[in-house]
Design a protein. Structure first.
Length: 138
Protein backbone atom coordinates (compact mmCIF):
# COMPACT_ATOMS: atom_id res chain seq x y z
CA UNK A 1 0.00 0.00 0.00
CA UNK A 2 2.70 2.50 0.97
CA UNK A 3 4.79 1.61 -2.12
CA UNK A 4 1.83 2.35 -4.37
CA UNK A 5 1.27 5.69 -2.65
CA UNK A 6 4.97 6.55 -2.95
CA UNK A 7 4.98 5.62 -6.66
CA UNK A 8 1.98 7.91 -7.25
CA UNK A 9 3.62 10.80 -5.40
CA UNK A 10 6.84 10.40 -7.42
CA UNK A 11 4.90 10.26 -10.70
CA UNK A 12 2.96 13.38 -9.81
CA UNK A 13 6.13 15.17 -8.72
CA UNK A 14 7.80 14.42 -12.04
CA UNK A 15 4.72 15.70 -13.88
CA UNK A 16 4.78 18.82 -11.71
CA UNK A 17 8.40 19.48 -12.70
CA UNK A 18 7.57 19.95 -16.35
CA UNK A 19 8.78 23.34 -17.42
CA UNK A 20 6.67 25.85 -19.24
CA UNK A 21 7.55 26.80 -22.79
CA UNK A 22 6.88 29.74 -25.09
CA UNK A 23 4.00 29.50 -27.55
CA UNK A 24 4.91 30.74 -31.01
CA UNK A 25 2.54 32.43 -33.43
CA UNK A 26 2.66 30.67 -36.82
CA UNK A 27 4.11 33.63 -38.71
CA UNK A 28 6.20 33.51 -41.91
CA UNK A 29 9.37 32.45 -40.08
CA UNK A 30 7.63 29.66 -38.16
CA UNK A 31 5.91 28.38 -41.31
CA UNK A 32 9.14 28.57 -43.33
CA UNK A 33 11.26 26.51 -40.89
CA UNK A 34 8.58 24.20 -39.48
CA UNK A 35 7.66 23.18 -35.95
CA UNK A 36 10.70 20.96 -35.38
CA UNK A 37 13.24 23.67 -36.26
CA UNK A 38 11.26 26.23 -34.25
CA UNK A 39 11.38 23.91 -31.22
CA UNK A 40 15.13 23.60 -31.67
CA UNK A 41 15.43 27.41 -31.68
CA UNK A 42 13.35 27.56 -28.48
CA UNK A 43 15.79 25.11 -26.85
CA UNK A 44 18.76 27.21 -27.97
CA UNK A 45 17.20 30.41 -26.61
CA UNK A 46 16.40 28.73 -23.28
CA UNK A 47 19.99 27.48 -23.00
CA UNK A 48 21.31 30.96 -23.83
CA UNK A 49 19.10 32.46 -21.12
CA UNK A 50 20.41 30.02 -18.52
CA UNK A 51 24.03 30.56 -19.58
CA UNK A 52 23.49 34.32 -19.20
CA UNK A 53 22.39 33.73 -15.59
CA UNK A 54 18.61 33.87 -15.94
CA UNK A 55 17.05 30.98 -14.05
CA UNK A 56 13.91 29.34 -15.47
CA UNK A 57 11.95 29.32 -12.21
CA UNK A 58 11.61 27.70 -8.83
CA UNK A 59 9.94 24.39 -9.54
CA UNK A 60 12.86 22.52 -8.00
CA UNK A 61 13.26 19.89 -5.34
CA UNK A 62 14.58 22.67 -3.10
CA UNK A 63 11.27 24.53 -3.53
CA UNK A 64 9.36 21.31 -2.75
CA UNK A 65 11.40 20.80 0.41
CA UNK A 66 10.82 24.39 1.49
CA UNK A 67 7.06 24.12 0.95
CA UNK A 68 6.92 20.77 2.74
CA UNK A 69 8.91 22.07 5.72
CA UNK A 70 6.83 25.25 5.83
CA UNK A 71 3.63 23.22 5.74
CA UNK A 72 4.94 20.99 8.54
CA UNK A 73 5.81 24.00 10.71
CA UNK A 74 2.43 25.65 10.22
CA UNK A 75 0.65 22.33 10.74
CA UNK A 76 2.59 21.56 13.92
CA UNK A 77 1.86 24.97 15.40
CA UNK A 78 -1.84 24.89 14.57
CA UNK A 79 -2.09 21.24 15.63
CA UNK A 80 -0.48 22.03 18.99
CA UNK A 81 -2.96 24.84 19.60
CA UNK A 82 -5.90 22.63 18.63
CA UNK A 83 -4.53 19.77 20.71
CA UNK A 84 -3.99 22.01 23.73
CA UNK A 85 -7.67 22.90 23.69
CA UNK A 86 -8.57 19.24 24.22
CA UNK A 87 -5.57 18.43 26.43
CA UNK A 88 -3.37 16.64 23.86
CA UNK A 89 -0.95 19.25 22.52
CA UNK A 90 1.72 16.65 21.59
CA UNK A 91 -0.63 14.47 19.57
CA UNK A 92 -2.22 17.48 17.93
CA UNK A 93 1.20 18.83 17.01
CA UNK A 94 2.28 15.54 15.41
CA UNK A 95 -0.96 15.20 13.46
CA UNK A 96 -0.78 18.84 12.38
CA UNK A 97 2.86 18.49 11.26
CA UNK A 98 2.08 15.44 9.14
CA UNK A 99 -1.00 17.09 7.64
CA UNK A 100 0.84 20.36 6.98
CA UNK A 101 3.81 18.63 5.34
CA UNK A 102 1.46 16.67 3.08
CA UNK A 103 -0.44 19.83 2.17
CA UNK A 104 2.79 21.69 1.37
CA UNK A 105 4.08 18.87 -0.83
CA UNK A 106 0.77 18.45 -2.66
CA UNK A 107 0.55 22.19 -3.25
CA UNK A 108 4.01 22.09 -4.84
CA UNK A 109 3.13 19.05 -6.98
CA UNK A 110 -0.09 20.52 -8.37
CA UNK A 111 0.87 24.18 -8.68
CA UNK A 112 2.27 25.59 -11.89
CA UNK A 113 5.96 26.34 -11.79
CA UNK A 114 6.83 29.96 -11.25
CA UNK A 115 8.72 31.43 -14.17
CA UNK A 116 11.41 34.00 -13.77
CA UNK A 117 10.44 37.20 -15.63
CA UNK A 118 14.09 37.70 -16.62
CA UNK A 119 14.26 34.19 -18.09
CA UNK A 120 10.98 34.60 -19.96
CA UNK A 121 11.96 38.03 -21.33
CA UNK A 122 15.39 36.76 -22.40
CA UNK A 123 13.89 33.81 -24.29
CA UNK A 124 11.22 36.02 -25.89
CA UNK A 125 13.84 38.53 -27.06
CA UNK A 126 16.05 35.76 -28.44
CA UNK A 127 13.12 34.27 -30.36
CA UNK A 128 12.07 37.66 -31.72
CA UNK A 129 15.61 38.27 -32.97
CA UNK A 130 15.35 34.94 -34.81
CA UNK A 131 12.11 36.08 -36.51
CA UNK A 132 9.53 34.34 -34.30
CA UNK A 133 6.57 35.90 -32.53
CA UNK A 134 6.16 34.49 -28.99
CA UNK A 135 2.58 35.07 -27.83
CA UNK A 136 2.75 33.63 -24.31
CA UNK A 137 3.94 30.71 -22.19
CA UNK A 138 2.27 27.37 -21.37
Amino acid sequence: MSRTFLACVVALAVAGCASTRPVLYPNERFNAVGAEAAEHDVEICMELAESAGAQPGNSSAQDAAARTAGGAAVGAASGAVGGAVVGAAGSGSAIGAASGATAGLLHWIFSKPTRSPAFENFVNQCLQERGYQPVGWD
